[in-house]
Design a protein around this ligand. Structure first.
Ligand code: SAM
Ligand code: SF4
Length: 387
């Protein structure tokens, strides 16, 4: 796959390439990345840390493990026609472990989330978690998953050292699930949530995206389900990162609408705990019973209408081992080529630091505004970036 993404175009290794050809292509990509970053970010500070030009620091690492998925959620992937990353380009378990090690020991990264595509598709997911855990006994390791296959793997993942889990669940109605995810798998997901709870992966969080005219009336049902199961629900505003390029501002269900729908059934008040750069704004939920009961919290992630870019602590690595400093970036920088060309940890750490120095101010641009005229949707959809 050729990916220019603002970088000089260097053909990446493809599955049919001979080992020699693949090595040559990797070396060229590593050299091009270094030259490009030296040119544009040679002035990035060398003191440890993934700092950017706007005073933010990347301490929260998200690594995508694959661009493939067994669902086709309408807000994320097209029904068909995805151009998959070559298998040989995906980071191996050892490479993921090495990158996490560099991030934590050199740059002071404090949190790791494994995502995708669907990370449970990787048969070596337990090896990845165990490998990271062996080096970093106290690092929180989280997983974002659609929950399919979790029934069989929640316990092995917990045993390998996984700390917590987010399961995506947009509806508890089987027909709506089939419409949204384009697959009939709701019961697998619900069983997976139970398995995660049984494996002690606390807190289990649910991620829900509401789509107008599809599941926007189901917010209270989802919250009632989450409260009954003892899991924490977070609603995420739909972002223009869908493979179909069908997002519209009018079609998007806003955080304010979500709160208004929930407020028809419960009393909501802002949670007083410090937000600490977390994307979700938390609301305390109180029942309308006598006496009223505190039922916990619900999160609302308002990436579009109430952006939090100025407090962003994210650094992202795609499944092919490229740094993406922002979800909405138009550029990626190839760390895997450096890893595979025999470069030292120090050298890889410096590339990462330079790539993060170029992190845009907001939403891949100079100013926030996913609904502004200046916003250009990235070439990659959410599943290929790593959500
Ligand atoms: N397959 C896994 C899953 O669904 O949880 C992990 C990858 S998925 C890309 C990560 C998260 O991104 C999910 O919670 C999903 O709901 C969310 N997501 C995907 N596309 C989105 C979009 N266009 N806007 C907002 N959230 C989105
Ligand atoms: Fe797959 Fe997750 Fe995207 Fe749904 S949101 S299509 S489960 S990657």
């Amino acid at each position: 796959m050729d990916v220019s993404l603002g970088m000089p175009t260097v053909r990446g290794a493809a599955d049919g390439d001979s080992p020699d050809a693949a090595a040559r292509l990797r070396a060229r990509s590593a050299a091009a990345t270094r030259a490009h970053l030296d040119d544009r970010a040679g002035d990035a500070p060398t003191a440890p840390g993934l700092h950017d030009r706007f005073g933010r620091r990347g301490t929260d690492l998200r690594i995508s493990l694959t661009d493939k998925c067994n669902l086709r959620c309408t807000y994320c992937m097209p029904a068909e026609g995805m151009d998959w990353m070559p298998q040989s380009s995906l980071l191996t378990a050892d490479e993921v472990v090495r990158l996490v090690d560099i991030a934590v020991t050199v740059h002071g990264v404090r949190d790791l989330r494994l995502t995708g595509g669907e990370p449970l598709i990787r048969p070596d997911l337990e090896d990845i978690v165990a490998g990271v855990r062996a080096h970093h006994p106290d690092l929180p390791i989280a997983l974002t998953t659609n929950g399919i296959g979790l029934t069989r793997r929640a316990q092995t993942l917990a045993d390998a050292g996984l700390t917590r889990i987010n399961v995506s669940l947009d509806t508890i109605d089987p027909d709506t699930y089939r419409t949204l995810a384009r697959r009939d798998r709701l019961s697998d997901v619900l069983d997976g949530i139970d398995a995660a709870l049984a494996a002690g992966l606390h807190p289990v969080k649910l991620n829900a995206v509401l789509m107008r005219g599809v599941n926007d009336d189901q917010a209270p049902d989802l919250l009632a389900f989450a409260l009954a199961r003892g899991v924490r629900l977070r609603f995420i505003e739909q972002m223009p990162l869908d493979g179909d390029h069908g997002w519209t501002r009018e079609g998007m269900v806003t955080a304010a609408e979500v709160r208004a729908r929930l407020a028809q059934h419960w009393d909501l008040a802002p949670d007083q705990a410090p937000r600490d750069g977390a994307p979700a704004e938390l609301w305390r939920i109180t029942s309308r019973t006598t006496p009223p009961r505190d039922l916990g919290t619900v999160g609302v992630i308002a990436s579009v209408t109430e952006p939090f870019c100025s407090a962003c602590t994210r650094t992202r690595i795609t499944a092919e081992g490229r740094v993406r400093s922002c979800l909405f970036s138009h550029e990626e920088f190839d760390l895997a080529a450096a890893l595979r060309s025999g470069e030292s940890d120090e050298s890889v750490a410096r590339l990462w630091q330079q790539a993060m120095w170029l992190k845009p101010a907001a939403h891949g641009m100079d100013a926030p505004g996913l609904d502004s005229e200046d916003y250009v949707q990235p070439e990659r959809s959410m599943s290929a970036i790593g959500g």
